[in-house]
Design a protein around this ligand. Structure first.
Ligand SMILES: [Zn+2]
Length: 117
């Protein structure tokens, strides 16, 4: 269950961003997750709800955007989306492939309220 570690990363990032921008309350957290990471959104959400407790994001809503895995063939250069588990170029049947999208997790943005100066 790597979702907990990932959610801990998310909190390290968003609390750091909030501190650097004098955000006193985080309302929304937008996270992008590559399908390659095989995250279960329900587990991620569960870990998020546990982690937000007692922080300035205690009421925050989580928006998860799952990105499909995008591959590029190193032989012919063709780009395509990974379907099921076939690691094969549909154009030249090459198996030398590079993952060009959908393998990372990152915080896209957060929304919240800034502290009065
Ligand atoms: Zn190819």
């Amino acid at each position: 269950m790597h979702e907990i570690a990932m959610v801990n990363d998310v909190f390290r990032i968003i609390l750091g961003v909030a501190a650097g921008n004098r955000i006193s309350r985080i309302d929304t957290v937008n996270v992008v997750i590559g399908e390659y990471l095989q995250v279960k959104p329900s587990l991620f959400e569960f870990a998020f709800v546990a982690a937000r407790e007692g922080t300035i994001a205690s009421e925050a809503k989580l928006n998860l955007e799952v990105r499909p895995v995008s591959l590029q063939c190193l032989v012919c250069g063709h780009r395509f989306l990974l379907k099921e588990t076939r690691y094969e170029c549909p154009q030249c049947l090459g198996i030398k492939l590079d993952i060009v999208d959908g393998k990372d997790m990152f915080v896209k943005s957060i929304e919240g309220e800034q502290a009065d100066s």
